[in-house]
Structures are given as C-alpha cells and as structure tokens.
Ligand binder design. Structure first.
Ligand code: MTE
Length: 320
C-alpha cells in the first residue's frame, strides 16, 4: 500500500464533539421543519450529501473527538479513483450512485438483485462513532450512519453451510479513472471477505452515511463495509455484490501482496507490517511531520473486550 504524508492539520481544527452534536441537532431540527434539502432516500443523491435520520446507537464505542469532516472526506484511499490521498475527492464525483443494485447470491435462502433501498431501510439507521486505524499508521474517529450487517444477513437467510461473506465493489471504468489506462494499481473488482461470525458481530455495519448525511462518493457511496477492529482496507466501498460461501474468499490486498496483507487484518500492535511497525499511530488532526504526536495502537483497535473471543485459540501472528 502506498504511504502518503497527510496535509498539515492543526489540533484546533478537530471538531469538538459538542459542536458536532449541535450541528447534528440543527440538521435534525431543520429536516423536521422541512427546511433545506428534502429528506433523502438512501441513495437519492447526485453529487450532494443529504441528511439522514439515525438513532444514536449504544454501540458507539468511543467519545474521543471526531475527526473533522474535511479530513474524513479529503484524505482517502479509493484506488478506483487514483492512488493519491486527494484523488478520490477530485475524481469520485463522476460515479453514478442511483440506481444502485446489490447482487446477493451463494449460500442464502433469498438470493436476488436487490435495490439498495430494499436492503437497507431508512428506519433502521443508527449512528456509530468508531475509531478507524489504517494499515499505513494513521487513524481517524468517524461518525458513521448505517445498519448492523447481522440483521441484513439474517433477512437473507444464510444456509447452514455458509461460513464466509464475500463482498465486491463496482467495476465501471467509464466512471472510475483508476480502472482505465496502462497503470492498474490493483486487480478489479476490489474484493473483501469476513468469516460469517465476524460479519454477524454487532459492531460490524454497512454504512450509508457519515456526519449525519449520505456518504460522500469518495468514502464509498452509496454503501460500504465498516469493521472497526480491522485495518481500514477491510472496509470495502461501493458494494455491488454480497455472496455467502463455505470457503475463505479472496481479498484484494492479499491477492496483491500476500506477504504483507493477510485475510484477518485485525489491528495488532504486536504484528509488524513487513515494512514498518504497527506499534503506534498518528491520529489525523493531532499534528504531522517530525512533531506528529503518536499514540500506542491498541489490540483490535481498542475493541478487544467486544471481539477477542472471536479469535480464541487462533494464532494471531500466523493469521495476521
Ligand atoms: N474499497 C475500494 N473499493 N477500493 C479501495 O481502494 N481502499 C481501502 C478501503 N476500501 C479501498 C476500499 C482502504 S486501503 C482504506 S484505508 C479505506 O477504504 C479508506 O476509507 P476512507 O477513505 O473512507 O477513510
């Protein structure tokens, strides 16, 4: 994975949680009064974000200050739109996200090509504030809006033989410049996978928004995966296919470099990336360059209490 230096961000630019909540309350009030943008269906947005109604989940797992919206939306990894951190912001507006179909197939009782609005009901939306740790050594705190993946999978009726869930991103070179031309940074489609018990874990969500609004295209609109105890690259964007299988599915970064990226990709300060340490991280918004403050990285990104039991008996060094 390419390593880029983030732009300078002053600590004063971190949005205090109080301000963020005030902004959310204002937006909710405005929506209730019918002001501003009309309440959107999940993917009823062209280039502009639309407000989403979401209940605050008790499974929000941090009260650390949230990362400023401008950083979450301008410092991205989305190689379909280029490999520089600011490429997704520059290029992803070209992606058409309506209509949006998700193919569900494999070992499920209800395979079909679903409209996204039929898969994810607006009434089920929750807000979850999660830490995100990128494999490159930086982190953010992101207020997601989404639904637990478990509920959605249960509705699709997994068969008893299903052991894994495989995810796939859109391939559309006409709208994705990273999929055109001579230099193809990754094999397409971008694919990811989880064990079924990881996918069913209450912390795992499919996100359709952040900061109380529909997802910006550069963050994976209209729907992406969020698994907060794993490195950020497990969070596959713009999902068009969900497949249940009985064998471990391939994952993009593992296909690109199996020596450096394993299937599990659990955040683990004790297992170094072959080219750098994973012991510490830099929180976007807490300085940069030589003077960047670094904080210790936590096992399972700080979610050990909730998820460690999933890996009882598994050698976390061999299964990185
Ligand atoms: N999904 C797709 N389809 N393509 C990508 O290049 N990059 C991954 C992940 N999901 C990626 C993707 C990586 S490396 C990271 S760190 C996260 O998205 C970044 O998510 P963010 O840009 O919303 O912070």
């Amino acid at each position: 994975m390419l390593i880029r230096r983030p732009p300078d961000i002053k600590p004063s630019e971190i949005t205090p949680r109080g301000h963020y909540l005030q902004r959310r309350q204002f937006m909710a009030g405005a929506a209730a009064l019918g002001l501003g943008t009309a309440m959107a269906t999940l993917c009823g947005r062209a280039a502009q974000a639309a407000p989403l109604q979401a209940t605050k989940s008790p499974l929000s797992t941090t009260d650390e200050p949230v990362t400023p919206l401008k950083d979450i939306t301008s410092y991205n990894n989305y190689y379909e739109f280029g490999t520089d951190k600011d490429d997704p912001l520059k290029n992803a507006h070209t992606l058409t996200i309506k209509p949006w179909k998700v193919k569900v197939d494999g070992l499920v009782g209800k395979p079909a090509d679903y409209d996204l609005d039929d898969l994810i009901k607006p009434s089920a939306l929750e807000e979850r504030i999660y830490r995100m740790r990128c494999v490159e050594g930086w982190s953010m705190v992101i207020p997601w809006v989404g639904v637990p993946l478990a509920g959605l999978l249960q509705r699709l009726e997994p068969q008893a033989s299903a052991k894994y869930v495989a995810f796939e991103t859109l391939v559309r070179p006409a709208e994705m410049p990273g999929q055109r031309g001579l230099f193809q940074p990754l094999p397409w489609p971008y694919v990811e996978g989880l064990r079924l018990d990881e996918a069913m874990h209450p912390l795992t969500i499919l996100a359709v928004g952040l900061y109380g609004e529909t997802l910006p295209n550069q963050n994976g609109a209209p729907v992406r995966l969020v698994v907060p105890w794993k490195y950020g690259f497990k969070g596959i964007k713009s999902i068009v296919r969900i497949r249940l299988t009985d064998t471990q599915p391939p994952t993009t970064w593992n296909k690109a470099n199996a020596h450096e990226y394993g299937f599990y990709s659990n955040v683990n300060p004790a297992v170094d990336h072959p080219r750098w340490s994973q012991a510490t991280e830099r929180r976007i918004g807490e300085g940069s360059g030589l003077f960047a403050k670094r904080r210790p990285t936590l096992l399972f990104n700080g979610y050990a209490e909730q998820v460690a039991s999933l890996y009882n008996g598994l050698d976390l060094k061999a299964n990185f």
